[in-house]
Design a protein around this ligand. Structure first.
Ligand SMILES: [Zn+2]
Length: 130
């Protein structure tokens, strides 16, 4: 199976096919979100009180150590780590903006992109930099 991990504390973030993150909406409401761990599948579950609007940006956090998972070089992106079934390590980048379907899986050897908006970002290797 794939293991998704916090970039800070290495906590395992996926359960039963979903990545669990906590998030804070712009206007103060917060909660947890379940996102499909299948990259390119944008199915999410969250409390109906927290429903996102198209184009809305949120801040995502590790539910274990509470650190922000927002990529510091680009605050519109979220970064987590993934270890796949072969034990290979990857960096996964997705958009913090609801409705923006762009996800990248990056490793030293190869880059995969998912989602209809992924081509907007022409140099995904940039996200491997610390
Ligand atoms: Zn953490």
């Amino acid at each position: 199976m794939n293991h998704y991990k916090c970039t800070y504390c290495s906590a395992h973030l996926n359960v039963n096919g979903y990545i669990v993150l906590s998030f804070k909406k712009k206007h103060g409401k917060n909660g947890v979100i379940l996102m499909s761990e299948e990259l390119g599948n944008y199915t999410v579950y969250l409390n109906p009180d927290l429903k996102f609007e198209e184009g809305e940006k949120s801040e995502f956090y590790c539910p274990c150590c509470s650190k922000s998972l927002q990529f510091k070089e680009d605050q519109n992106k979220v970064r987590i780590f993934k270890t796949d079934e072969k034990g290979e390590e990857h960096t996964v980048i997705f958009s913090a903006i609801f409705g923006e379907k762009s996800t990248y899986q990056l490793s030293e050897e190869r880059q995969l992109s998912f989602g209809e908006h992924a081509m907007k970002y022409l140099d995904p290797t940039w996200y491997l930099k610390e």
